[in-house]
Every structure is written in structure tokens, then in C-alpha cells.
Ligand binder design. Structure first.
Ligand code: NOJ
Ligand code: NOJ
Length: 446
């Protein structure tokens, strides 16, 4: 049984996406500095029990802020609001950097009064400072302005990354301690962005950045499992989730690629190893979630719902809004990337992913994808693939629509059997990832 077919039949997908994007801004802004919290707090969700997400997470807040900076100016007519929101985020971030915690800057979440959360938790989580670097640098680009405060935040986080990038930490799912593809990739992206914006006045040796980047690049390559044809999420596992997590195929890899947003071929949406990983994830989730069973009749075509990893048990192990949005965004971003840089080889690794996109074009039965072909020399095929990737992204958006109640609220997960929303309600990050996917779709028509 699918949760929300009735509402969904009425309007076109494009209309739904636009109204969902407009709607999202309201619950998101309600989760930013809500009354009773310190200014600059972004709560993960208003839910205070089962689960209690009434905290400021370094990861969630950086990703949410980053998405707000991405929104096309004017789209939400909120520029003064955005400036103020970012200023609050930056001031609060600096306070948190100066707060004494159990794991320094690796502390994953804080109380909403700005004090350290010292209860038991999976710590440290070393993706946080890296994501914050990327968000702060994004703001400097967006507002064409830097400040001494921002420069201090950047230096503090970059120094933390340099000191800790070889130290195992907990993953973004707060379950496993080890060396993670996600954490390493966002750290590498943060150091690279830091190097691009390097200020000789910084108290950081330039060469240290370069050395750490090279080392992380090599480490990231070690995650490629040529036998299994996917990027393994974690190497050198130390502890955590021993009782249930046995797979190493995890959507965290795709999230890492999107959040790092590299413009190189390696570890970007163009990397055929990334696309091989995505294809396999899709196959796995298609098989295990009842909402994906082909016996279900949906009111319109949809792509499979995507979760974190196959043996997830959190709230029963369900598809998530953020991971399903990520698959939409992956397709959109690859489409855009092919439009900008047409030189792209079809390989055995990216073939399954590209085939799914091409299958959505009616010409697909006459045109065959062959490995060893560079799209640069085949403009018609290139065009079809660009269109097919956009159409495929839309199918993931249609999937989200199917599990979003008429008023537009997005929780953390939707139940694997009947598709109704579960876990934390109004998860700030769910809205942000939907908006982020929608923005990348808009970039396609520019
Ligand atoms: C386990 C969940 O999988 C993880 O994502 C969550 O943050 C922690 N428990 C804490 O609730
Ligand atoms: C659980 C997720 O696994 C983690 O990534 C997130 O930071 C927290 N929930 C808060 O949303």
C-alpha cells in the first residue's frame, strides 16, 4: 500500500516540485534559531523524543546552511533573511569551536543553549569541520565578502582536519568507527577548497595542505573494491554496529560525492566507479523494500526508494528522504556535467547506470550504448543521455512525492512496507536535500 496516491494524481510533477520547494522553506526556517534556543542554532528536527533530535548537529547544520546558500537569489525573496541567518550560523559556529567538549571539534552535536553535549554518543565524527569549511567558503563566494571571523573559523577547522585526517572517527550515520569514504572525501574537498582560497596570512603551512590532499586521494582510492565493483564505505573498521551491519555498500558514498562537489573526474559524479556503486545500491534497495516491489501499482512511474544500506535496522531500516533525493541529484548533476564537458567515456563501470537513463528515451531501442565510446564524438547520443538522466532524476523526485503527505511535510524516513513517514518529523536535512536536488534540476534548464 502506498501512502499518498490520491493527492499525487492531481498535479504534474513539475508543479509538485515547485510547491514542495516553496513549502520547504517554512519548516526549515522554523528549525533555525527557534525560540528558546541560542541564535544560530539549527535543530535537526523539532522532535524531542523517539527520536530526540532537538540538538544542533555540526553535519546537518553545515549541509542545511550550504543548501540555503545555493538557492537561486530571488527564488525565495529572502536575501536579508539569508544574510542574517548565515551571520548567526557563523557567530554560533565560532562559539562552538571555542567550547570545551569531550572530543574538541570532532564533537558531532551540541545542546540548543550552545553548551557541550556530554552524554554518551558516537564520537568523534570528523566530517563536521570539513563540511563547515565548505559551507563557509561557499558563503564567501555567494556574498562576495569575507570577514576576520570567517577566516578564523576556516583556519581552526582546517587545522583540525590536518591534525586528525588519519585518526579513525565515527561515520555520518553515527554507528561505525573507522576510516570512511564519506569523511575522507569531504575532508579532501575542504582542504582543496582551502588551498584554492589560501591566504598567506593564515597560520597554516601551505605545503601541509598539499601533502594531506595527496595522502587523502591515495587513501580514497583504497576504498575501490575491484572485485565487487563498488567503493567500500569503511576501511579499517574499529568498532560499532557489530551486531547488524555487515555490508559495506552504503549510500554514504553517493552523499560524499555530492557534498564534496569536486570538479575533477575522480570522486565526482563523472567517476565511473561512483556510478557503478550507485547502480548496485539501486539494485539492492529495489530488492529489499516492499514499497519498491513491482507488484505495487503506483499512480505514476517512479524510481526505487533509496535507503542508507541494506542491513540498516534504525527504525526498522527504511528508505530515507535524503538518500532518495541524493539519487535524483546524482542524475541531474551528471546530466549538467555532460552538457558542460562532453568528453566522456562509456565504460563497463558506468554502463549500467547510463543504460537506465537511456532506457527512458524512446529512441533507446535503436541506439545501443557501447563501452569504449567517447560521447564527444556522438552528439545525438550525448543529448539523449542528458535528457534521459534528467528524466531519471525526475523519477526519484516522483518517488519522494509518493511518500510526502499533501501538506508537504518530510520526516527522516518512510516505512519500507507501506511508505508512510517515520522517525523524526520535519527533518531539516530532508528539506535541504530535496531543495538541493531541485536546484540542480533548475540548473539544467539554464
Ligand atoms: C543509530 C542510528 O542509525 C544513527 O543514525 C543515530 O544517529 C543514532 N542511532 C543515535 O540515535
Ligand atoms: C541520524 C543520521 O544518521 C545522522 O547523519 C544525522 O546527523 C542525525 N540523524 C541528525 O539528523
Amino acid at each position: 500500500m502506498i501512502a499518498f496516491p490520491a493527492n499525487s494524481q492531481q498535479v504534474s510533477l513539475a508543479k509538485w516540485m515547485t510547491s514542495e520547494a516553496d513549502f520547504s522553506l517554512t519548516p526549515m526556517s522554523q528549525n533555525i534559531s527557534p525560540s528558546g534556543t541560542v541564535r544560530g542554532v539549527i535543530i535537526a528536527s523539532p522532535s524531542r523524543q523517539d527520536p530526540d533530535y532537538y540538538f544542533h548537529w555540526i553535519r546537518d547544520s553545515a549541509l542545511v546552511m550550504d543548501t540555503l546558500l545555493t538557492l537561486s537569489p530571488g527564488a525565495s525573496n529572502q536575501s536579508p533573511w539569508l544574510l542574517q541567518t548565515f551571520a548567526d550560523y557563523a557567530a554560533f559556529s565560532r562559539e562552538l569551536q571555542l567550547t570545551t567538549t569531550l572530543t574538541g571539534l570532532g564533537e558531532p552535536r551540541f545542546n540548543v543553549d550552545g553548551t557541550a553535549f556530554n552524554g554518551p554518543w558516537a564520537r568523534p565524527q570528523n566530517d563536521g569541520p570539513a563540511l563547515r569549511v565548505l559551507t563557509v567558503l561557499h558563503s564567501i563566494q555567494r556574498f562576495h565578502a569575507s570577514t576576520a571571523l570567517l577566516s578564523t573559523i576556516l583556519q581552526t577547522d582546517l587545522r583540525y582536519i590536518l591534525t586528525n585526517f588519519q585518526v579513525p572517527s565515527f561515520d555520518l550515520w553515527e554507528e561505525v568507527k573507522g576510516d570512511h569514504f564519506y569523511t575522507r572525501l569531504v575532508q579532501m574537498a575542504a582542504l582543496r577548497a582551502g588551498l584554492d582560497h589560501f591566504d598567506p596570512g593564515w597560520n597554516i603551512p601551505r605545503q601541509d595542505l598539499q601533502t594531506a590532499i595527496t595522502s587523502l586521494q591515495n587513501d580514497l582510492d583504497l576504498h575501490w573494491r575491484s572485485d565487487k565493483k563498488y567503493f567500500s564505505a569503511t576501511l579499517n573498521r574499529v568498532e560499532g554496529a557489530e551486531a547488524y551491519k555487515f555490508t559495506d555498500l552504503d549510500t554514504a558514498v553517493i552523499l560524499g560525492v555530492l557534498h564534496a562537489n569536486l570538479d575533477s573526474d575522480n570522486f565526482s559524479v563523472r567517476d565511473d566507479r561512483v556510478l557503478a556503486t550507485a547502480s548496485q545500491l539501486e539494485t539492492v534497495f529495489l530488492a529489499i523494500y516492499n514499497v519498491n516491489a513491482n507488484t505495487y501499482s503506483t499512480p505514476y512511474p517512479v524510481a526505487p526508494a533509496i535507503g542508507r544500506y541494506a542491513d540498516d535496522v534504525y527504525f526498522g531500516g527504511n528508505p530515507w528522504y535524503i538518500t532518495t533525493s541524493a539519487f535524483a541529484e546524482l542524475n541531474y548533476r551528471l546530466s549538467l556535467s555532460l552538457a558542460k564537458n562532453k568528453s566522456y567515456m562509456i565504460t563497463e563501470l558506468n554502463l549500467p547506470f547510463l543504460k537506465k537513463a537511456l532506457a527512458l528515451r524512446s529512441e533507446a531501442n535503436v541506439i545501443k550504448l557501447k563501452t569504449g565510446v567517447n560521447l564527444k564524438g556522438h552528439p545525438h547520443l550525448l543529448k539523449l543521455l542528458q535528457q534521459g538522466l534528467k528524466a531519471r532524476g525526475d523519477l526519484f523526485m516522483a518517488r519522494l512525492r509518493l511518500h510526502t503527505p499533501p501538506e508537504g511535510a518530510m520526516a527522516e524516513q518512510f516505512e519500507r512496507n507501506d511508505g508512510h513517514p517515520v522517525s523524526a518529523r520535519d527533518l531539516t536535512w530532508s528539506y535541504a536535500s530535496f531543495l538541493s536536488a531541485f536546484e540542480s534540476r533548475k540548473a539544467l534548464s539554464k
